[in-house]
Structures are given as C-alpha cells and as structure tokens.
Write a protein that binds this ligand. Structure first.
Ligand SMILES: [Zn+2]
Ligand SMILES: [Zn+2]
Length: 397
C-alpha cells in the first residue's frame, strides 16, 4: 500500500536539486513539465548566485575605486547590453538576421558573458512573452503580476527555471547551443576570471592606474553585471508602463526614448511588438537604436548578414497611427484582465508620462477611422496592415 510522499522529504530533496541546478540547468528530478506547472514561488537556494551578484557590489567599500575600474564597468555594461539586445533578443529570439553556425556559437559565447543564462532559455521566455503579452500566462507582465515581480521576481521563481526546448526547436537542434544553455554558469565564471586577470595585469604592468584584480572584479563584473541586469529588466517592467504607443498591439507595450538609451534601442518596444522580425526597433531616424547601428557595422565584417528591414506596409501603418486610440485600447485590455495594477499605483512617473503622451497625441494626431485588429503574431500581418483603409496624412510627433 503506497502512502503520499511526506512534505519534509520533498523539501529536503529540493535543496540538493537546487544546488545541482547551479551547475546543470537542465537537471530536473521531477521533469521540467512538472516544474513549469508549479505555482509561482521563489526558490531561494536556486537563485542564491543571483543574490550574491547583488551583494558583491557592496565589496566596493573594501576594494575601493579607480577611474579605470569605473570606465571598464561602463564599457562592459554597453558591450554586454549589445549582446543582450543584438544577440539574445534580435538573433536568438527573433532571427532578424543570419549568421553561420560558427558565428552563431561565437554570438552565444558573447551572450553568455551577460550572465542572463543561456541563449535558449532567454529566447524561450522571450518568445513566450510575445505570444502572451500582458496576459495571465505572461511570466513578467507588470500589469498582471505587479511591477517588482515583472522586474526581478519572475526569474527567482522555480517554474521559470527550466528551458522548454520543444518550443525552440530551431535552436535546440544545435548541440553546442544546448550545452551552453545547460551549463550556463561556465561562460560567466570564465568571464569573471578574465575580468579579475585584467585587473591583476594592470596592477603588475601599470601600477599608476591604481587598480588590481579584486577591484576590477567588483566593478567590471559584479557592479557592471548588476546594472546590466536591471537595465535589461526595465524592458520587461517599464517598457509596458512608460512611454508612448504608436501601434495598437493588443498589449501595453510602449515606446520610450529614455529606455532606448539605457537599453541601446530596445526602448522602442511598441514598435517591436508590432513587428518583431525587423532588425531595427527604432523605425525612424530620430528613434535612436544603437543596437541596430552596431549590427549594421557587424554586417560589414561578414560575421552576420541578411538584416531584415521594416516592411513598407508597417511604415504606412505607422504613418496612420493613432496614439490616443492605442492607449485607450491598452487601458480597455487592462480593465478586461481585472488584475491589472494601475500605473499610478506602481510608478507615479510612468502615469504622468502616459497622461502627457495621451494629451500630446490628441493635439497632433487626427483620429483614424478604425484601428487594426488585435492579434498576437503581428509580424505575419503586414499584408493585412497594408490593406487597411487609407487615412489623411498625419504627424507622428
Ligand atoms: Zn514586451
Ligand atoms: Zn522581442
């Protein structure tokens, strides 16, 4: 006669499992499906390295500071933000350009230095986000789960740790990518040692710079990586709260110049939600998109090629955009969910910007006869968009 498993046994079994998952991300004793079906709950043991990353910043009080350490931290922030946006997002998640198999592996290594887990885990979650944006299934919607959960909480939840390889078969067919995804601490650890070594090298050969291995590790790895995480996380949280809406995308994605600067072009998030297959997120010259410029430059080296443009039909749709209708549609969707947290409850500044956006749009943009239908996979709808009723010419800003 079988008896139900005592809770204590389950708990004591989970701790070593969480420890093993630090090394082998695919280690799931009960199977990844069961883990994904669990309710949201923080796995403190599993995310201990993430906490250590933040606490490591405090070591700056012991190791001190030097200009070279700070500038290295800043440089590594932008070099690796480019890896998050240009590689993990615009290549692995959306395949907005092409590369060779070797090129793809090199890009995955570069992406690994961001300490944002493997490219496949990242792409799986991001594609899922686009399929279910601001719906209850969306793991990091600020409207459904609240600001802090969308910003940082969701990655500490056990159910979000495993990668669902069945949904990213185009990537999972490459064993070298699966290996990097499974052992996703390897690249960050090697990178941390390299940063330490760089500091030690400077101490030995350029003592006048006033740095050393430990100081460089704290600034170049711990502080830079922590800022990098929060900069990236702003897209999950703030980019669905703060800024203007050009397209009625059926979610609450927004375009924000500030976020575009912090995240090298990812702030044009409403554009991106409307058309995900374009290499550029900034659709106009004034929508600064440093990731796109970087990818364009990279294409001259022939490491990558085939950058995908924004289709003419999408640009025509942008020219007819009605910001006010788009914001109203997002608010309507918010009410439909019932669980949405209001902007002013979460980020008062975001509410002020949204109101200002609505007011500015009302002044500048004439109303459109009818908005595009709401749908999730909007990239495939360009033809539909091009057949929409023509409207009088309008100013975008
Ligand atoms: Zn989004
Ligand atoms: Zn995306």
């Amino acid at each position: 006669m079988s008896s139900p498993k005592p809770k204590r046994t389950t708990f004591s079994f989970r701790t070593p499992a969480a420890l093993l998952q630090w090394i082998d991300s695919d280690y799931t004793p009960d199977g990844p499906e069961k883990m994904r079906d669990e309710p949201d709950r923080v796995d403190w043991i599993r995310c201990l390295p993430f906490l250590i990353l933040h606490l490591g910043c405090l070591a700056a009080f012991w190791v001190g500071v030097s200009p070279v350490a700070v500038w290295t931290a800043v440089a590594l922030y932008f070099v690796r933000m480019f890896a998050v946006t240009g590689i993990y997002h615009r290549y692995f998640s959306h395949k907005t350009y092409s590369t060779s198999r070797v090129g793809q592996f090199l890009l995955a290594l570069w992406g690994g230095t961001t300490v944002q887990r493997g490219a496949l885990w990242w792409a799986y979650h991001h594609r899922h986000h686009h399929q279910h944006s601001d719906e209850p299934e969306d793991a990091h919607s600020p409207h459904v789960h609240g600001f802090w959960w969308s910003h940082i909480g969701w990655i500490t939840s056990r159910r979000n740790f495993p990668t669902d390889y069945s949904t990213i078969k185009d990537l999972a067919k490459f064993p070298e990518l699966v290996w990097l995804n499974r052992f996703d601490t390897v690249v960050p650890v090697v990178f941390a040692f390299a940063v330490f070594g760089f500091g030690a090298l400077l101490e030995a050969h350029a003592p006048g710079l006033g740095t050393n291995g430990w100081q460089m590790l704290v600034w170049g790895f711990f502080i830079s990586t922590t800022f990098l995480f929060h900069g990236t996380a702003c897209i999950n949280s703030m980019a669905h709260l703060m800024g203007r809406r050009r397209f009625d995308t059926g979610d609450d994605s927004r375009n924000s110049f500030i976020l575009a600067l912090i995240c090298l072009g990812e702030g044009w998030h409403n554009n991106h939600h409307r058309y995900q297959s374009a290499t550029r997120n900034g659709f106009y010259w004034w929508e600064i998109d440093l990731t796109y410029y970087g990818l364009k430059a990279l294409s001259w080296t022939r490491l990558i090629w085939g950058l995908k443009p924004v289709p003419k039909s999408i640009m025509e749709e942008a020219a007819r955009a009605d910001h006010l209708a788009s914001i109203a549609a997002a608010q309507h969707a918010a009410l439909a969910h019932g669980e949405y947290s209001s902007l002013k409850k979460v980020v008062p500044a975001a509410a002020a910007i949204a109101v200002a956006t609505a007011a500015a749009s009302q002044m500048l943009i004439p109303k459109k006869a009818e908005g595009p239908a709401m749908h999730k996979d909007l990239s495939a709808q360009t033809e539909h968009g091009s057949k929409a009723k023509p409207n009088p010419p309008t100013r975008i800003f």
